[in-house]
Design a protein around this ligand. Structure first.
Ligand code: ADP
Ligand code: MG
Length: 330
């Protein structure tokens, strides 16, 4: 559906996005995950044709976003990080304006607006001024605007930033429901957020794509650090003997404590059978396991490891020395 190849964006001497390549398939919810300054918004702005790339290309269903912007843009709806809402308009007026700019015929417009307002549940506030709406409702109006024209792909840049916990839950469930009909790409610097709603996670660090996989595979992929910690009531030699025949164990570290007790760390291939096998092996030998904890690397650990050092050298937020060529967008 979307092909991004060798995308690079430089702001003056600073490379915000470096040689980024990935493919977005139809019908999934994708998450761009990365700390502030990682290059998520820059990537999204380029993918949606709002910002020119320094190098590389973006194709939406085969259409180059810069060479065939009309065909390409028709397929995407975009909620930027700072949605351009008109505060002195009502959602209905604003959506009428955006719908016309997107080229929706006047005849089709009321029905379309009705539909996106229903999906985003803003019918109750349709005729109130946007400036009087809560941040949560404003975000819904922003999403409604992205949905006008019924685009195949919906791209949402940090859709839950600045919302309170209740609003976050509501917007998340709205995003999940969008995923049933659209391909959704959202960005976030919060791991639990992408973990909760995305089927595929792209981790971006310092402008580089450092991982792209399902949450489950990411955890498995880094299972080099998957480990089980044990305290057992057995001597070192016997502990090693009990563990030796078991599968899925890559290495065994035994630290004796006195003659009849050991602390053990097993590095495993991440297979969940390990704990059960270890339990029964010790039980058959008549030895007790006093403690067993699964020290599997969490996605959190992986995220921190992959993006470590980021905060220190992520300088100014977007909007500083701007020399990026902006491209007009309706
Ligand atoms: P994210 O959305 O992941 O927080 P951004 O894409 O906004 O990251 O920014 C990536 C990097 O590019 C940051 O270091 C940021 O300071 C820089 N940057 C973003 N926009 C501009 C701009 N208009 N001018 C100069 N530097 C920018
Ligand atoms: Mg951003």
């Amino acid at each position: 559906m979307i092909e991004v190849s060798h995308l690079t964006k430089r702001y003056g001497g600073h490379t915000a996005v470096s040689n980024l390549s990935f493919t977005i398939e139809k019908g999934q919810i994708y998450g761009f995950l990365g700390p502030n300054g990682a290059g998520k918004s820059t990537t999204m702005n380029i993918m949606t044709g709002c910002l020119a790339a320094s190098e590389g290309e973006v194709r939406i269903d085969g259409h180059d976003i810069f060479e065939e912007p009309q065909q390409a843009k028709r397929l995407i709806g975009y909620l930027p990080e700072q949605p351009p809402l008109y505060l002195d308009r009502t959602p209905r007026e604003y959506l009428t304006f955006v719908g016309r700019a997107k080229g929706i015929k006047d005849k089709a417009l009321p029905e379309q607006i009705g539909r996106v307002m229903e999906v985003t549940q803003i019918i109750d506030v349709a005729d109130r001024l946007i400036k009087h709406l809560s941040k949560g409702y404003r975000q819904r109006v922003g999403i409604a605007q992205a949905l006008l024209g019924d685009p195949e792909v919906v791209i949402l840049d940090e859709p839950t930033v600045g919302l309170d916990p209740k609003q976050i839950i509501e917007i998340r469930s709205l995003i999940q429901s969008l995923g049933q009909k659209h391909t959704v790409i959202l960005s976030s610097h919060i791991l639990s957020e992408v973990q909760a709603v995305c089927q595929t996670i792209l981790i971006i660090s310092k402008g580089h794509l450092v991982a792209c996989d399902t949450p489950e595979n990411l955890e498995r992929l880094f299972s080099g650090s998957a480990a089980v910690d044990l305290t057992v009531e057995a001597g070192e030699a016997q502990t090693r003997e009990i563990l030796a025949p078991l599968d899925h164990i890559r290495s065994v570290d035994v630290r004796p404590e006195g003659t009849d007790r050991c602390q053990v760390t097993l590095e495993t291939d991440g297979d969940e059978e390990v704990c059960r096998a270890v339990f029964f092996a010790f039980s058959r030998a008549g030895r007790a396991i006093l403690r067993m904890t699964d020290a599997k690397a969490s996605l959190e650990d992986i995220f921190i490891e992959l993006t470590s050092g980021e905060a220190a050298d992520a300088p100014a937020e977007a909007g500083s020395e701007d020399d990026g060529e902006e491209v007009d967008e309706p």
